[in-house]
Ligand binder design. Structure first.
Ligand SMILES: Nc1ncnc2c1ncn2[C@@H]1O[C@H](COP(=O)(O)OP(=O)(O)OP(=O)(O)O)[C@@H](O)[C@H]1O
Length: 892
């Protein structure tokens, strides 16, 4: 038992090794003995098997030397060899491949009466017998044997298991090969059944008597045995797989010469068909023996069509060439040997045929799909042996992934741009000058309010989208920075309310919500200026929130310098202070802090620099978070350093000019002036918030903050305020530079109203302070003497600038204009002392122009005003809501 198992295992391993590999057709030669008839006529046997592989022609003298005398094949069998021996030593291995799932074919080829049928009958029976034996020895597997038989007679295919002589239709299946439709297939039950079927087929086959063979087969017969086997333990289960293969036993009709066969009539016709099909077979074999180049004429005969897989495809094939040794048939024998010689060069490529159950097939396919998908997702390393398909697949996947990323990034960029545009549009609408005659201010106001309230949500959404780490568009750096600063500003508010600095963006968003609530509280007063509805909300917390909101707004107002790292944003939003505040609020505040050490000294220099510290807008108990802006050199320098470059060349020029003015000549810089103005605005807001909270019932809306009702009224109001301011400047000995900046920057645009009002209030407070002899403001000494001293220094500086920056011609012209004799002494000092010496508005205008020219500011006034973000007042809004709206806008 053990030996048998070992032998079977060796066979199986051999089959596995053979599977899928090319293998030459096994060519066997069987030489039959002289038959009785041949002996009776004294035929001579000229052919002899001199060993197991070589057949030798002994009568070389008679045949001459034109043909070889020895032919070598895989195995040759002498006349006295039994069919059993031919089977065992020749065809058996090929035939029994079928039990291991490999197709096989055994041919018998030779002239008529050479022993083909005699041999094939034996081979078929021995094979089937061995198959039965194999089945019996492999009970672990379930076998199914199917038997079918056909004959090709006169190029007609007939089913030998059917009594119906109707021709079978032959068609080609792309997967299975040639298929005979309606072919009878009998499941083989046992040996007896086989014998029965074989007998039936024999009876059915066309047999005729010829001169050479009493029972000459007049057709090609193909008996096919199909074997399917499955492991019994997996039957009906998913794992069930079936080995399925067929073995063909092909008994060809014998070639014959009509002259030798002495046939006529039907036999002659049969012989013609036989010879024609055999000729095609020979041609196919010959072509195949030379390789597979060119066309193989399988379709030239039914025989070659049906046997195509066995001749060059998925089958192991053995051809048994049967020979008559008789000298009389030497020509036919040589032809057979030539055919055999060609056949032994033909190769086939057999493989194990595994048939899966439907379930197993589905499972297998699913696994295969999963494997391929996995391969697509994670392409394996490219082998060093240049696996080009894998390499291409990997590249394709990379391209696909990158294209996907590009699509995603493009989408994000478009979304971000869309949001930015929406915001800019909204802000632009707020800033759009109101047309004269437009009497729909209230409507505008409502819309504006609605828009402003929704701002935090825009902001929120934008943060979420712009924070995408994949977003790497060129504009994104600006935007990120923009948001970064924005977030810092929110943090600033949180710091002041003692919140945890580590709170994340979500918390910041909630802060916006709180601020919005506060804004609504303050902006929802009725037309009578009453804010009764917020009584219930005037808690310390609400006040703090409002003050935080104010501080955020003021921070943004104070720090309007465009970010040098964001030139695009700067240039685009040059005229929009609210946008600009977004860029610098926190960093500007740092500058303010760094500028503090020198402030006390300058407090004594010019009232405009320090008096605002005691401005009544500051509520008691609310300590300053940073000192007021001063005109000290350190501050100027720090700002110069931090704004060394700005986007557009024209603005760079303006800024540089302005910087030169302050840095080179000790003149207060425009930046410092602007910061100081905004500081005062801030203080005013703080005061307003405080007063509103303290006097909620009766304060209502501060009339000072009411916006002018019409352009005409505003113009009159502006002139009135301007005159008052000029008078107060004179009274309080305010810095000439401050006066010049203010006068040139605020020329009556409605957006100037806030600054006019704040300046007026500040000066009024200062005048009152001085008139009451109270020179101490928050511990700092303020005197007219110190102010006068500072003014003298300014005039001295202006004198130097006249010499430095004006030509002789210009100076003469100025002296003449200002009524100074051209030959008088100290003409420049006279001119300097004349500047800002009167409260007349025309005089003020001329003084501002003159000083502006000397400090090179006059030509740049409006541009600088816009550049530093002083033009932010929405024209059509009620003032009381205006500053809160700006607080909200600063969050954008
Ligand atoms: N090897 C052999 N030993 C003894 N007798 C044989 C052998 N081969 C063939 N014969 C006998 O020769 C005769 C013709 O054989 P067979 O019919 O098998 O030839 P064939 O090649 O099939 O001829 P055909 O092509 O005409 O059908 C038969 O009577 C057969 O018994």
């Amino acid at each position: 038992m053990g030996a048998i198992a070992g032998e079977e295992l060796a066979k199986w391993e051999k089959m596995q090794a053979i599977s899928g590999r090319e293998e030459k057709i096994l060519v066997l030669v069987r030489l039959r003995p002289l038959n009785e008839k041949e002996v009776s006529v004294n035929e001579v046997a000229d052919w002899e098997c001199i060993n197991d592989t070589t057949i030798f022609y002994r009568n070389t003298l008679r045949e001459g030397s034109t043909f070889p005398s020895a032919y070598t094949f895989d195995r040759v069998f002498r006349g006295d060899c039994s069919t059993k021996q031919v089977y065992e030593e020749g065809a058996k291995e090929i035939a029994l491949s079928v039990v291991n799932g490999i197709n096989s074919s055994i041919f018998a080829y030779g002239q008529t009466s050479s022993g083909k049928t005699y041999t094939m009958n034996g081979i078929t029976e021995y094979t089937v017998a061995d198959i039965f034996d194999y089945i019996n020895r492999h009970e672990e597997r379930a076998f199914v044997l199917k038997f079918s038989a056909i004959e090709i007679y006169n190029e007609i295919v007939r089913d030998l298991l059917s009594t119906d002589s109707t021709a079978l239709r032959l068609r080609d299946d792309p997967e299975k090969g040639p298929i005979l439709e309606k072919l009878t297939e009998e499941t083989l039950r046992d040996w007896g059944h086989l014998k029965e079927l074989l007998s039936f087929c024999e009876a059915q086959r066309q047999v005729g008597e010829t001169y050479l063979n009493e029972k000459s087969s007049r057709s090609h017969q193909i008996i096919r045995l199909t074997i399917e086997s499955s492991a019994r333990e997996f039957l009906g289960k998913d794992k069930s797989t079936t080995l399925a293969a067929s073995v063909n036993f092909v008994d060809l009709a014998g070639s014959e010469r009509a002259s030798q066969a002495l046939s006529g009539g039907a036999r002659l016709k049969e012989g013609c068909h036989i010879n024609r099909s055999l000729l095609t077979l020979g041609t196919v074999i010959r072509k195949l023996s030379k390789g597979r180049q060119g066309h193989i004429n399988y379709r030239d005969s039914k025989l070659t069509r049906i046997l195509q897989p066995s001749l060059g495809g998925n089958a192991r094939t053995a051809i048994i060439c049967t020979l008559s040794p008789a000298r009389n048939h030497v020509e036919q024998t040589r032809n057979t040997l030539l055919f055999a010689c060609c056949a032994k060069e033909v190769t086939t490529k057999a493989q194990v045929n595994v048939v899966m159950s439907d379930k197993a097939l589905v499972k297998h396919l699913q696994k295969e799909v999963a494997r391929l998908e996995s391969e697509l997702r994670t392409p394996g390393p490219v082998s060093s042996s240049c696996d080009y398909p894998a390499l291409l697949r990997k590249k394709d996947l990379q391209i696909e992934k990158m294209e996907k990323e590009i699509r995603e990034l493009t989408k994000q960029r478009d979304l971000a741009q869309s949001r930015v545009e929406d915001l800019l549009r909204m802000i632009g609408n707020d800033q759009k000058p109101r047309k004269e005659g437009d009497d729909t201010w209230e409507d505008d106001y409502s819309v504006s309010e609605s828009s402003s309230i929704s701002v935090p949500h825009h902001h929120d959404a934008r943060i979420r989208n712009f924070n995408n780490p994949h977003y790497n568009d060129g504009d994104q750096s600006d935007t990120d920075e923009y948001l970064d600063e924005d977030c810092k500003e929110v943090k600033c508010v949180e710091d002041e309310s003692s919140r945890d600095k580590s709170e994340d963006l979500d918390q910041s968003r909630s802060d916006y919500g709180v601020l919005a609530t506060g804004q609504e509280m303050l902006t929802s007063g009725n037309e009578n200026g009453e804010v009764n509805h917020i009584q219930g909300n005037t808690t310390d917390g609400a006040l703090e929130q409002r003050l935080h909101g104010v501080q955020m707004s003021v921070d943004s107002l104070v720090c309007t310098y465009p970010d040098e790292r964001s030139p695009q944003a700067m240039s685009e939003n040059m005229s929009n202070s609210r946008n600009m505040t977004l860029a610098r609020s926190w960093s500007c505040r740092e500058h303010l802090l760094t500028g503090s050490p020198e402030w006390a000294r300058h407090l004594e220099s010019t009232p405009a620099n320090g008096f605002e510290k005691g401005f009544p807008g500051r509520p008691e108990g609310l300590p300053r978070k940073f000192p007021p802006l001063t005109y000290d050199a350190a501050t100027r320098l720090s700002r110069n350093d931090s704004h060394s470059s700005i986007g557009s060349p024209s603005m760079d020029e303006l800024r540089a000019d302005s910087m030169r003015t302050s840095a080179d000549d000790g003149i207060t810089s425009i930046q410092t002036f602007v910061a100081g103005m905004k500081e005062m605005v801030k203080l005013q807001y703080e005061n307003q918030a405080q007063q509103t909270d303290k006097n909620v019932k009766d304060v209502g809306i501060d009339p000072m903050l009411e916006a002018p009702e019409t352009p005409v009224i505003w113009h009159l109001q502006f002139e009135k305020q301007q005159k008052e301011i000029v008078e107060l400047w004179q009274t309080c000995s305010i810095s000439l530079i401050h006066r010049t900046y203010f006068f040139l920057l605020f020329r009556g645009d409605p957006s100037d109203s806030i600054y006019m009002e704040v300046e007026l209030r500040r000066l009024s407070f200062l005048k009152e302070t001085i008139s009451h002899g109270n020179h101490s403001v928050n511990g700092q000494t303020v005197t007219l003497a110190s102010s006068m001293k500072a003014l003298r220094r300014e005039r001295e500086t202006l004198i130097k600038l006249m010499q430095k920056r004006l030509s002789e011609e210009e100076r003469r012209s100025l002296f003449k204009k200002w009524g100074i004799a051209i030959d008088s002494k100290r003409r420049r000092m006279q001119l300097a002392n004349s500047l800002w010496s009167s409260i007349d508005l025309n005089h003020a205008r001329e003084s501002a122009a003159m000083v502006g020219k000397l400090i090179r500011f006059s030509e740049q006034g409006q541009a600088l005003k816009e550049m530093f973000g002083l033009s932010f007042t929405p024209h059509h809004m009620k003032r009381r809501s205006y500053y809160w709206k700006n607080s909200k806008a600063s969050l954008l």
